[in-house]
Design a protein around this ligand. Structure first.
Ligand code: SF4
Length: 328
């Protein structure tokens, strides 16, 4: 069946992925493959803008690639590669930077936020970050970029750069990508308050062992008003219940919903049930991952093959870009 267009998405090499990554991005990546030609990129150059050390960069890259593959990215069908393996992206970044007003970049809320976060490392790469992102997308002539609602301004910015370029050089070379807004659940960390993230150490790794997973689940914060076992709880304010709604059966969800409110189930048992269901859900993924981890060279080969395929698209785009600009 003909696909509906090309999708591009990139993520920084953050190492082993957590449930937030899984539910928020990876599952969607896997699903999109059914209808679109997908290009998934591990954006290591982007990562350099904020990294203090590159010591773990290689390991984090392969860990993330393993998670993606084991979760269902099909490398024979989709293109999966490392950003720096297709250096044309840096070239396009330079070309695009000529049509991007500097004031616009320094005015972006994301740039201001980074300046606040790392005042001692306000590097040039941080300013050009959205331009490099635009280069990632346009180099591969992506029709769609899957985004959450909060990322919509980035794509709008990419579209503006495409328009500026095409207008400046009088040729319709760069494709204005469309947003593919995906409704993804907001996954809170085990603290039940903040978005799940490694830096907050409130995450659950999808490749963790069943025991580690259960341990983390048992640390989850529940309805704060439920102090004693006999207190009735309110599942509507409990993150454990939110996760039950994703990983448990309809009967179990109904049971927790009812029994929690009348103190028929305690939080310990409720969490054990969630941990059991989560482990059961992740079991096939973990088995595939463990098998692939035995042959890391195969994963590097997949990434290399992906880079080769990505590069042939990139080189074609760059030929058109050179031609449009009129480079001798
Ligand atoms: Fe949350 Fe379950 Fe405890 Fe209710 S019983 S407060 S849903 S952990």
């Amino acid at each position: 069946m003909a696909k509906k267009g090309r999708v591009f998405s990139g993520a920084r090499p953050t190492g082993r992925q957590h449930l937030g990554n899984y539910l928020g991005a990876i599952q969607n990546y896997v699903k999109l493959q059914d209808d679109y030609d997908c290009i998934y990129c591990i954006v290591d150059i982007h990562a350099l803008t904020t990294m203090e050390t590159t010591r773990d960069l290689k390991q984090n890259t392969i860990e993330m690639a393993l998670d993606w593959l084991a979760a269902g990215i099909r490398p024979d069908e989709s293109i999966m590669f490392i950003q720096s393996h297709v250096p044309e992206v840096m070239e396009l970044h330079t070309m695009l930077s000529m049509v991007t007003p500097l004031g616009k970049l320094t005015d972006l809320p994301t740039f201001k936020e980074k300046v606040r976060e790392q005042p001692n490392n306000v590097n040039y790469g941080l300013v050009g970050y959205p331009v490099l992102m635009a280069a990632d997308i346009m180099l591969y002539k992506a029709d769609f970029v899957p985004v959450g609602v909060d990322q919509a301004p980035h794509i709008e910015f990419t579209r503006e750069i495409a328009r500026s370029f095409n207008y400046r050089y009088g040729k319709n070379v760069l494709v204005e990508p469309q947003m593919k807004v995906t409704k993804v659940p907001k996954v809170l960390g085990i603290d039940g308050a903040q978005k799940m993230g490694k830096s907050l150490n409130n995450h659950i790794e999808i490749a963790a062992t069943p025991e580690e997973t259960q341990q983390r689940v048992m640390q989850m914060v529940t309805d704060p008003a439920r102090i004693k076992r006999n207190d009735p709880g309110n599942p509507d304010v409990c993150n454990v219940f939110t996760m039950h709604k994703i990983f448990s059966s309809p009967e179990e969800i109904e049971m927790v919903n009812t029994e929690c409110r009348r103190a028929g189930i305690g939080c310990v048992d409720c969490k054990k049930l969630y941990a059991k269901n989560l482990n059961a859900h992740l079991e096939p993924f973990r088995a595939r991952r463990a098998e692939m981890a035995e042959h890391p060279q195969d994963v590097w080969d997949i990434l290399e093959d992906g880079a080769k395929r990505a590069r042939s698209i990139a080189q074609e785009t760059m030929r058109e870009v050179h031609d449009a600009i009129g480079l001798p």
